[in-house]
Write a protein that binds this ligand. Structure first.
Ligand code: NAP
Ligand code: ZN
Length: 384
């Protein structure tokens, strides 16, 4: 049923965009120019990422042009590049990257919040219809007509949108975020996806002081979740399959660490959690976590393996537990999260790499070997 729903939604999404692309492409190409940007793209699910050039539109009156300084590597980039999501087929060439931070180089005449020289950031969304209930509620991520930063139909230039593994990007002002000036920008980039994806469900489910919160999977999302849950004052327990991450988990703010393959350690926490955030990128047993929730506890999935989970109805209904999902966050909440990070001095723990190491980074990401997010220094693309 869920899969059916997703396919219907995708069909509606694709046909809306195809119609819009067809009706606006001619207009756009006549009325607006474009320029070439340097980028890294995958030509197929099996190809490594390689240097290329891509078209970017010249900024229009509501647009902000950004020189990209850093771009984080999200596991979603890997899923998409390798075409691992059956519901969201990849269009090649694919330029991934939705954790973007950079400096404004040009703004359109109607832009009011940014000027050249400002730091600015872009996450997973670059457009939405602005009129629907979701947009009106500040939940652009659920707009039926939203445009993702990459692999979404591009209404301006045709084809699909291209992401942040590039030296520049042009984005409508509403989707550009302000960056607190006190933070290290290499570590800010991952906040634009890993940050908001973990912050948003914690706010939604009322993570506060005195709550017991579990974080499953200490990767890019998971380590941000630990930082936020700790900053919000809750008691944080990390569940990891990697015993060698224990010390890091404690340093990041966890109060306790459970090796999830150890059933004795798991059973000590039965019926005790108010909230668990599951940020695992691969197939795993979520029932093992559902039974750790107390009455009315919630487990939210943000990890997105393609294969459906098996869920035990009985363990949900006996304690009125709930299971839900969460998708990134709206634009206003993303700005709120960035401001929260500015106030609490929170950034991602990053391994900064040149873009030439991106394929090596993907291999390490697929074996859960990152501490805890790769951030690409885009200056390395200049020499390409
Ligand atoms: P990541 O850095 O690769 O972290 C994933 C973590 O999952 C790993 O570090 C590992 O943690 C754990 N893990 C990996 N394989 C596992 C397995 N077979 N069994 C159990 N645990 C395993 O990935 P990420 O960038 O944080 O992304 C995580 C997931 O969230 C991806 O599926 C991504 O597509 C999705 N995502 C969703 C949204 C959204 O809006 N909902 C946004 C961004 C990303 P341990 O070593 O600690 O076990
Ligand atoms: Zn992401």
């Amino acid at each position: 049923m869920l899969v059916l729903h997703m396919i219907l939604w995708l069909n509606a999404f694709i046909s809306y965009h195809t119609e819009t692309v067809m009706s606006t492409t001619q207009f756009s190409s006549e009325s607006r120019g474009q320029y070439k940007a340097k980028a890294y793209a995958a030509a197929s699910a099996k190809s490594p990422l390689a240097p290329t050039t891509i078209p970017r539109r010249d900024p229009g009156e509501h647009d902000v042009q950004i020189e990209i300084l850093f771009c984080g590597i999200c596991h979603s980039d890997l899923h998409q590049v390798r075409n691992e999501w059956s519901g969201i087929p990849t269009v090649y060439p694919c330029v991934p990257g939705h954790e973007i931070v950079g400096r404004v180089t040009k703004v359109g005449s109607a832009v009011t919040k940014f000027k050249p020289g400002d730091l600015a950031a872009v996450g997973c969304l670059v457009d939405s219809d602005g009129n629907c209930h979701e947009c009106q509620a500040g939940l652009e991520q659920f707009c039926p007509h939203m445009t993702l930063t990459y692999n979404s139909p591009d209404v301006h230039l045709g084809g699909v949108t291209y992401g942040g593994y590039s030296d520049s990007i042009v984005v409508k002002e509403h989707f550009v975020l302000g960056v607190p000036s006190n933070l290290n920008i290499a570590g800010v980039a991952p906040l634009l996806c890993a940050g908001i994806t973990t912050y948003s469900p914690m706010r939604h489910w009322g993570v506060t002081k005195g709550k017991k919160v579990g974080v499953v999977g200490l990767g890019g999302l998971g380590h941000m979740a630990v930082k936020f849950a700790h900053a919000l004052g809750s008691h944080v327990v990390v569940f990891t399959t990697s015993p060698n991450k224990k010390e890091d988990a404690l340093r990041l703010g966890a109060d306790d660490v459970v090796i999830s393959r150890n059933t004795d350690q798991m059973s000590k926490h039965v019926d005790s959690f108010d909230f668990i955030l599951d940020a695992v990128s691969a197939e795993h047993d979520i029932n093992a976590y559902i039974q750790l929730l107390r009455r009315d506890g919630n487990i939210t999935l943000v990890g997105a393996p393609d294969k459906p989970h098996d869920v035990s109805a009985l363990s949900l209904l006996f304690k009125r537990r709930s299971l839900s999902g969460s998708l990134i966050g709206g634009i206003a909440e993303t700005q709120e999260m960035l401001d929260f990070c500015g106030k609490h001095n929170i950034t991602a723990d990053v391994e900064v790499i040149p873009i030439q190491k991106v394929n090596e980074a993907y291999e390490r990401l697929s074996s859960a070997d990152v501490k805890y997010r790769f951030s690409i220094d885009m200056a390395s693309l200049k020499s390409q």
